[in-house]
Design a protein around this ligand. Structure first.
Ligand code: AMP
Ligand code: MN
Ligand code: MN
Length: 327
């Protein structure tokens, strides 16, 4: 935060946003930055600090500061500094793109390897577990309030799948430890925001697992939820979070694919790799992005078109890696 110090002191109007369909890291980083700026840069209330997000999942609503999220996006807001958090490309800002385009300075804080570098100032650490971990590194630890610590902890928990994904480093754990000493309560945050499922969420998870299929000698697992099923269970997109993680831990699987039907011949694709395949390459090829082991994109075509297109790329990478081993 040291080199941002002057920028923040001078800025009168500050905006904060994250990516569309916000997840734990996105909500956590937004709320943490909002709390941090309010506590340390706006004691006299002379600044306007606005935070915009799409619908925040219910489980995150206990966070102090989350009630300041604005869900409507009024016109004609021109910011001195506009923060884009946990977002690797301009289009993923959704409606908030208009503020980014009008702002005097856009600062992008992120950890996506596929980041397109769309901002005036980009702080991206692809090796960081989460945007919350990047933010922690920018903050003055002495100035982190309890609620900012809770929000940062929540983001780290979610993007690391509760400290189990390979993006979890020694540094991640040290930061998490510090956040606990600042007041974050691990079991409450982990149980109530990550593991706890509504009855409907469990039903849809069970259904998806039951109907999942294995292809390529069991190296790829594919699960999907149709539009009809989404309507039947009256689910919101965040109800489907976690399904992909369960698919990924299937023994023998290298890549898990989860397809959510969004419209006629339109799918939101999530991919997770167990190490050999770089799924961000495949997602970027189809116009999306993400990380080496977790990536996503949107695709058009029938269910079989989508699967075929994805599996060709995965098979290609797997073959190349086996050739390397055998040579
Ligand atoms: P998901 O499968 O939606 O949980 O996303 C996995 C990772 O890929 C996250 O870090 C997302 O930010 C990223 N991602 C997912 N969908 C897209 C997309 N359409 N464009 C760019 N990045 C994406
Ligand atoms: Mn995210
Ligand atoms: Mn993230």
């Amino acid at each position: 935060m040291k080199d941002l110090e002057r920028i923040l002191r001078d800025a009168k109007r500050i905006g904060i946003t994250g990516h569309i369909r916000p997840d734990g890291d996105c909500v956590g980083s937004n709320v943490a930055l909002y709390e941090y700026l309010m506590a340390n840069y706006n004691q006299d209330g002379s600044k306007t600090i606005d935070m915009y997000l799409e619908a925040v999942p219910e489980a995150f609503k206990f966070l102090e500061g989350v009630d300041k999220v604005q869900y409507d996006y009024p016109e004609a807001e021109s910011y001195d500094v506009f923060f884009a958090l946990d977002c690797g490309s301009l289009d993923r800002l959704g409606e908030a793109q208009k503020y980014a385009k009008d702002a005097k300075m856009v600062i992008n804080i992120d950890h996506h390897i596929s980041n397109t570098g769309f901002a005036d100032k980009t702080i991206i650490l692809p090796e960081a577990s989460s945007t919350c971990e990047v933010l922690y590194g920018l903050f003055d630890v002495e100035c982190i309030t309890t609620w900012a610590a809770v929000a940062l902890y929540l983001g780290i928990v979610h993007d690391t799948g509760v400290f189990k994904h390979s993006n979890t480093s020694e540094k991640t754990m040290c930061i998490a430890g510090k956040l606990i000493s600042l007041g974050a309560q691990p079991s409450k945050i982990i149980d109530e925001t990550f593991y706890q499922k509504t009855f409907t969420q469990n039903q849809i998870l069970g259904r998806c697992l039951m109907e999942s299929i294995l292809v390529l000698d069991g190296k790829i697992i594919i699960g999907s939820i149709s539009k009809k099923e989404q309507e039947f269970y009256q689910i919101v997109p965040s109800d489907l979070d976690g399904i992909i993680d369960q698919l990924r831990v299937t023994k023998g699987v290298e890549v898990a694919i989860f397809l959510r039907e969004d419209g006629v011949q339109e799918y939101k694709v999530s991919m997770r790799s167990n190490g050999i395949v770089d799924v961000s390459k495949i997602a970027v090829f189809f116009g999306g992005g993400g990380h080496i082991k977790a990536a996503g994109c949107s695709m058009k075509g029938t269910y079989y078109d989508v699967i075929n297109n994805l599996t060709v790329g995965i098979e290609h990478q797997l073959k190349k890696s086996y050739e390397k081993v055998n040579n």
